[in-house]
Design a protein. Structure first.
Ligand SMILES: [Zn+2]
Length: 117
């Protein structure tokens, strides 16, 4: 008998439950995809952070995996902001607010922006 690599419950003779693995993979795609949309959303950064963390928890996403997904999301958010020509200062400030919500410093945002090709 094995414990599921995701939820930790017994998975019989398998290493994981198919549904757990699927939920985990879906969350890792869903979380970064939220970020560019957050630029024009009215949701407070804290609400956005809570939502992302809630999805991560319910899909057995580990802290390290979440951090990578957030970094990917911040890249997409910066890309979206760089493409837009009509952003308000408040929308630009949102990038830093959202980054801070996930404990990414302003320097991290600068670094990610510098990595854009
Ligand atoms: Zn499971």
């Amino acid at each position: 008998m094995f414990a599921c690599a995701y939820c930790g419950e017994s998975a019989g003779l398998r290493l994981w439950h198919g549904a757990c693995r699927q939920r985990h993979a879906a969350a890792l795609e869903q979380i970064p995809a939220f970020f560019p949309k957050a630029l024009r959303s009215d949701m407070p950064a804290s609400g956005f952070g809570n939502l992302a963390r809630q999805i991560a928890r319910s899909a057995f996403v580990k802290d390290k995996e979440l951090r990578r997904a957030v970094e990917d999301g911040l890249r997409r958010l910066i890309d979206e902001a760089a493409r837009a020509r009509d952003l308000t200062p408040a929308q630009l400030a949102r990038i830093y607010e959202i980054a801070a919500e996930f404990e990414f410093a302003p320097e991290d945002v600068t670094r990610l922006a510098a990595q854009r090709r």
